[in-house]
Design a protein around this ligand. Structure first.
Ligand code: GLA
Length: 440
């Protein structure tokens, strides 16, 4: 390990006190494509051969992820969701994919995905059935982990329908144990906390972090702005519990990106991408890559916003201001200098009055107090504000249901200042976050 990386690892552990699942994968939030939100449980290949859950759909999306530049932007996983299974296990008790829709088997499909330089993900459920009623893994944990490894699976999403939330504290770690025992590194995506929260239980996040690479906390995303808003509110309203759990190898999952589908406007799509980057969220597109319009593709491939999402420190951001429909969200990112962080800052306008809102705030008020200043840049508009000191007031215009996202990189070349406060081991990158007054 390089000293820089070592420093970051030790430093982050000291800050958060959290040590997660160390299976070597998902050191940054996973990026890829997932079928569910857009293609659902369409199994009608006779009438709808191009859109049904089938070998053909996943090969087509694999090709497009590569040929349309998504892979180069960092999207890596091609993930099957529900409805890929036969309704019965085979005579050996093993899972088998639907014979008509996946005629070559899943190992063959995985080989295709791998040959294109991508990784292959699958869906199952801890209970008796998947949410759509296909066989679950209960009673077959070891067999199914071995089956997935034999198909060269790289990512397993394990849902929680048709099981008892109380059994999950034992069952999710047990399946994780069997996955690890296969010797194949697989990203382990859990739905463990969301089902427990629905059942009125307080999830044991210490254990969830230890056993899962990512997990769902809240409702399924739907193709609408109100669904997206409810997720944003959930993560903001519960951030004190949620945010400290994120870090390299273990992430909160606010669900798929629905950018490029039917329910969100252009502004709203920009909002989802920016907020997901602030939340250090997995970036799993669920969209038809054959028909997506260029402006939505550009949002999904915005390299600067992806770099925020994938920042190696792995801190999840927080909502630091909310008043009169204006929100500010901020996330500590690299580069880091002594006790100071750089930040990504998103300004969100939830107003519906139809005209852009001006938001003006000094860097200091946002908690950006590094005396050497920050180079500030707008990540959608390609505007660079240059080097700004903490007392500089920045003014942004935020469209209704839209966002402005800035990146403020501190300038490590500034050498003269020697900070006197607080020692690194106890310094909290979030403590500076408090926009004190209601400005807007
Ligand atoms: C649950 C999950 C979704 C999707 C469906 C499939 O609702 O939360 O993400 O996997 O099941 O049936």
């Amino acid at each position: 390990m390089k000293y820089g990386a070592l420093f970051v690892a030790v430093f982050c552990t000291a800050l958060t006190g959290v040590v997660g699942l160390e299976n070597g994968v998902a050191r940054t939030p996973p990026m890829g494509w997932l079928s569910w939100e857009r293609f659902r449980c369409n199994t009608d290949c006779k009438n709808d051969p191009e859109n049904c859950i089938s070998d053909r759909l996943f090969r087509t999306m694999t090709d497009l992820v590569v040929s349309e530049g998504y892979a180069a932007a960092g999207y890596q996983y091609i993930n099957i969701d529900d409805c890929w299974l036969e309704k019965e296990r085979n005579f050996r008790g093993e899972l088998q994919p639907d014979r008509e829709r996946f005629p070559y088997g899943l190992r063959n499909l995985a080989d295709y995905v791998h040959a294109k330089g991508l990784k292959f993900g699958i869906y199952e459920d801890f209970g008796n059935y998947t949410c759509a009623g296909y066989p679950g893994i209960l009673g077959y944990l070891e067999t199914d982990a071995n089956t997935f490894a034999s198909w060269d699976v790289d990512y397993v999403k394990l849902d929680g329908c048709y099981s008892h939330p109380r059994d999950m504290d034992r069952g999710y770690p047990e399946f994780g144990y069997h996955l690890n025992r296969t010797g194949r590194a697989m990203v382990y995506s859990c739905s463990w906390p969301v089902y427990q929260i629905y059942a009125g239980m307080a999830p044991n996040f210490t254990s969830i972090i230890e056993h899962c690479n990512l997990w769902r906390n809240f409702d399924d995303i739907q193709d609408s702005w109100s669904s997206l808003e409810s997720i944003i509110d959930y993560y903001g309203n519960n951030q004190d519990v949620i945010v400290p759990n994120a870090g390299p190898g273990h992430w909160n999952d606010p669900d798929m990106l629905i950018i490029g589908n039917f329910g969100l406007s252009y502004e709203q799509c920009k909002t989802q991408m920016a907020l997901w980057a602030i939340l250090a969220a997995p970036l799993l597109m669920s969209v038809d890559l054959r028909t997506i319009r260029p402006e939505y593709k550009a949002i999904l491939q915005n390299k600067k916003i992806i770099a925020v999402d994938q920042d190696p420190l792995g801190f999840q951001g927080r909502r630091i201001y909310k008043h009169n429909g204006i929100e500010i969200w901020a996330r500590p990112i690299t580069p880091v200098q002594q006790n100071y962080f750089s930040y990504a800052v998103a300004f969100l306008n939830r107003r519906t009055d139809g005209t852009p809102s001006d938001v003006a705030v000094t860097l200091k008020e946002l908690g950006l107090v590094y005396p050497g200043g920050y180079v500030v840049e707008d990540l959608y508009e390609n505007v660079n504000y240059g080097l700004l000191t903490p007392s500089t007031k920045i003014k942004v215009k935020v469209n209704p249901s839209g966002v402005v996202i800035l990146r403020a990189d501190l300038q490590p070349s500034f050498q003269k200042y020697r900070p006197v406060f607080p020692p690194q081991s106890t310094y909290d990158p979030y403590q500076v976050f408090q926009v004190q007054r209601n400005y807007f």
